[in-house]
Design a protein around this ligand. Sequence first.
Ligand SMILES: NC(=O)c1ccc[n+]([C@@H]2O[C@H](COP(=O)([O-])OP(=O)(O)OC[C@H]3O[C@@H](n4cnc5c(N)ncnc54)[C@H](O)[C@@H]3O)[C@@H](O)[C@H]2O)c1
Length: 299
Amino acid sequence: MKPTDIRPTSPDAASPGRFSGRVLLVTGAAIGSIGGCTALRAAREGASVACVDLKEAETLATVEAIRGAGGRAIAITADVTQPAAAERMVLDTVAQYGRLDMVLNAAGVMDGNPPTRDQDFDRDAGLLPAAIHKATDEYWHAVFAANIHGTFNSMRAELRQMVAQGEGGAIVNVGSIAGLTGLPGNPAYSASKHAVIGLTRNAAIDYAKHGIRVNAVNMAQTETPMVRRAYEFVKWAKEKGLGSGMASGKSRSLLQAADSEHRGSTPWEQAAIILFLLSDDASNLTGAAIASDGGWTAY
Ligand SMILES: NC(=O)c1ccc[n+]([C@@H]2O[C@H](COP(=O)([O-])OP(=O)(O)OC[C@H]3O[C@@H](n4cnc5c(N)ncnc54)[C@H](O)[C@@H]3O)[C@@H](O)[C@H]2O)c1
């Protein structure tokens, strides 16, 4: 690491007591994910956290890490593409902690393969990202189901609770650089993430009068299981001679290009930005689509 390389946020970083007495619900909270890291840091700062994901063991791992560090958390296995499951995750959170103050909606997918299934690109070829003229209905619908229907189902349940409480709240939705610009080779991902930003702005307007702030974060390449899967997919497509549109075009953010080791973002860097948006320090921010992308969309 060179002295001019930007030091990433420490995995141990915390503002002690910042979220004392507050309840946070995180979707997409499996260990190692952006949601998982945000849950861990929020708990370290005093929040009680409901960790929601399709991946049962990986969500329990996040909860065990929180409890091991003396924090409060519960695991909820739920599929946010199902409206009833989204309702239940909020009811379970309130049954456990009595209220809901903050939300991170991070559950999302890059392709149509269910997150709980093993990875076999040959078997799942029809579910993988493809340019529009080659894209299947299954790929299109699965990516939309998770990224936008899941976000809508989650927000509906969360906002019902926050409005009923009558004490405001804060929500962060996870978009992507693919919600701010086009992304080669993955039309459903790009279109669904643009929709997440639209939903965020709509909710910011409708819920300002309830004291609820709603913002979106939009990151570039961040080191999580999703991005590792994306690397493998691009490698597989290259080996098969299929090429992948996803590997074409711009591949590095400004900061990644400048870094001596070309590191991408870490989930801890994203957690720091997300928790700022959920905190009182962001009291004048709503309806923002924050480019937490190392300058990706700046050039
Ligand atoms: N990692 C990146 O480079 C990157 C870049 C831009 C945007 N994002 C977005 O960040 C968010 C978090 O992704 P990540 O990078 O932490 O990847 P990740 O795959 O580690 O985390 C996403 C989690 O969402 C869960 N999930 C997916 N569908 C679900 C459903 N229907 N119900 C419940 N849980 C579900 C998955 O099981 C997974 O644990 C996603 O919305 C993703 O699109 C990631």
